[in-house]
Design a protein. Structure first.
Length: 115
């Protein structure tokens, strides 16, 4: 089982980044996928999620309207498009696959937004 997040990097305030989460080793299409982030000295927090069938998405209030989650079950990927980035979006971003019984975490990818 593997979840691999990628696409992080350095962006300027107001810029954009696109993160990808690639899954392997489990039935990806049966799992909801969530994105979380953890800033230095803070607890990990929920960013957004997409239902197992892509039919519903959910976002934390501070990212709503700026971030968009999409999934491609044929490619076993979930993307997080981040627009209008702010310095407070700086964190390590993680993806999580949540099923009825199990959940899996991927390693994080660093996002840094400069002011």
């Amino acid at each position: 089982v593997q979840l691999q997040a990628s696409g992080g990097g350095l962006a300027q305030t107001g810029g954009s980044l696109r993160l990808s989460c690639v899954a392997s080793g489990f039935t990806f299409s049966s799992y909801a996928i969530g994105w979380f982030r953890q800033a230095p000295g803070k607890e990990r927090e929920f960013v957004g999620a997409i239902a197992w069938n892509g039919g519903s998405t959910y976002y934390e209030g501070s990212v709503k309207g700026r971030f968009t989650i999409s999934r491609d079950s044929a490619k076993n990927t979930v993307d997080l498009q981040m627009n209008s980035l702010k310095p407070e979006d700086t964190a390590v971003y993680y993806c999580n696959a949540a099923g009825n019984i199990r959940s899996y975490w991927g390693q994080g990818t660093q996002v840094t937004v400069s002011s």
